[in-house]
Design a protein around this ligand. Structure first.
Ligand SMILES: [Zn+2]
Length: 456
């Protein structure tokens, strides 16, 4: 990959058109615009439409200015005064929008225990450790080409802290939408409270434990107050707990959660396995069904009609999660019910999501291989991780495709993922919001944007 910096000399020719500088400028001048010209050998600008050969993407600061046919010469670019122009040569690469994973847990990973120090073993799950882990896992996900993540549940504020640091520009990382604590009933999937804290109102709020519609409303509002971007609730048990797979919430509790989330302008995501729980959540207007392994045909018909997304998390059952107790039942249940195949055949919207955190972060793209293995076309799989996720997240105007006006989130791979989605396991160029995070297979500049003085 060839890279060259040019100060935009051609601007001397248009300087005469600009008004003279004020004699005594009171404030510091705005930093010069940064332009990046990406030469893409093959460009999949809008997953779902055919890719095009020999294209250029012109990026100004954080957004895409234009997408042009041919390899645009930086010297003919019309830029603002003093602008910096960088040319990125991806003429032997396949370029596509940054990938998005709708279901991760950044504060955890099954291998975490191997990295504990001996003296820390007695208290291995402090918030401080989770925050540091979440930062490392977020960076690893970005290196794997995932420029946007939706974190669907952590036990404390650690992922909020990482999201905020990235959002404030204090380090480069993936864009993260955070659920905070997933809501669960007392004794349900996700209730991590010790017995002696079960009646403590503060502890219940922090853990997202709620019983009855009024407490569930309060639980949603508490996560909102913490800064949640999305509300997650665990309406059934799951493979990683011993709480079985049937409904745990009553319909009025589910309705209270979804309605309160929507009142606050947040999407609601239901972890749901059993067919009944899925129907109840869809009836309440939930935006996505996570996992959905036991969905029935009636539930699929309801999802199709309502436009509810399925987030399949096939990776969560292949191989069985080792997060808590290995569950050999997960593969059998998935294979027997084939929820993913049936949803795809029924035309239900599918958004890419993996449950990373129940397996190693950075392996998210393995989900593409499972989706294709179970019958999805590579193009639809790519669409599920770009256009569809952006729509589910409510940010389709900002990301998901490479079109003028959108944030410049793009990645590149050698080979053609439309022929072999396995190529997505080796992403060697990543740009997020116009900033280059990875080039020539190496991560760059983790903490340098913007300089600290500009942040505080
Ligand atoms: Zn999960």
């Amino acid at each position: 990959m060839r890279t060259s910096w040019l100060v935009a000399r051609m601007l001397a020719t248009i300087v005469g058109l600009l008004p003279a500088a004020a004699p005594h400028a009171a404030v510091a001048a705005a930093p010069p615009d940064r332009y990046v010209v990406v030469h893409a050998g093959i460009l999949l600008a809008v997953p779902g439409r055919p890719p095009e050969r020999e294209m250029s993407i012109i990026v100004r600061n954080d957004r895409i200015l234009s997408v042009d046919k041919g390899y645009t010469d930086a010297a003919v670019l019309q830029t603002s005064a003093g602008a910096m122009v960088e040319v990125i040569d991806l003429r032997n690469r396949f370029v596509l929008p940054g990938l998005m994973d709708a279901h991760v847990h950044l504060a955890m990973e099954p291998s975490f225990g191997r990295h504990r120090t001996e003296r820390g073993d007695r208290n291995p799950s402090t918030g401080a450790e989770r925050a540091v882990n979440a930062m490392i896992y977020a960076r690893r996900s970005l290196a794997a080409g995932f420029t946007t993540l939706r974190d669907l549940g952590s036990d404390d504020s650690s992922v909020f802290a990482v999201r905020n640091a990235i959002r404030q520009g204090r380090m480069i990382g993936p864009r993260i939408l955070v659920a905070g604590s997933a809501l669960a009933v007392t004794g349900g999937h996700g209730d991590t409270l010790p017995l002696d804290a079960t009646g403590d109102p503060q502890a219940r709020l922090r853990d997202g434990t709620c019983d009855g519609p009024y407490e569930c409303r309060e639980a949603v509002r508490f996560q909102y107050k913490l800064g949640a971007d999305v509300i997650k609730f665990t309406s059934t048990g799951g493979f990683s707990s011993n709480t079985a797979l049937e409904p745990e919430f009553f319909p009025d509790e589910v309705e209270a959660i979804v309605a309160t989330a929507h009142l606050l302008g947040l999407k609601a995501a239901a972890h749901a396995y059993s067919a009944l729980a899925i129907r109840q959540a869809v009836h309440a207007g939930v935006d996505s069904i996570e996992h959905g392994f036991l969905v029935d045909d009636e539930g699929l018909a309801m999802m199709k009609k309502a436009g509810t997304y399925l987030v399949p998390t096939l990776s969560a059952s292949y191989p069985p999660p080792i997060f808590k107790v290995p569950n050999p039942e997960s593969v059998r249940i998935r294979n027997e019910h084939k929820a993913f195949e049936r949803a795809y055949a029924a035309g239900v919207k599918i958004a890419f999501g993996t449950d990373a955190g129940t397996f190693a972060h950075g392996d998210n793209a393995k989900e593409f291989g499972l989706m294709v293995r179970f019958g999805m076309s590579p193009m639809d799989a790519l669409r599920s991780a770009t256009v569809a996720t952006a729509d589910l997240f409510g940010i389709a105007g900002e990301v998901g495709t490479l079109e003028p006006g959108k944030l410049a989130d793009l990645i590149a791979v050698a080979g053609n993922p439309l022929d072999d989605v396995g190529t997505l396991l080796d992403v060697d160029f990543v740009m997020k919001s116009g900033r280059i995070a990875k080039r020539d297979g190496r991560m760059v500049e983790p903490f340098s944007y913007p300089p600290p003085s500009a942040t505080f």
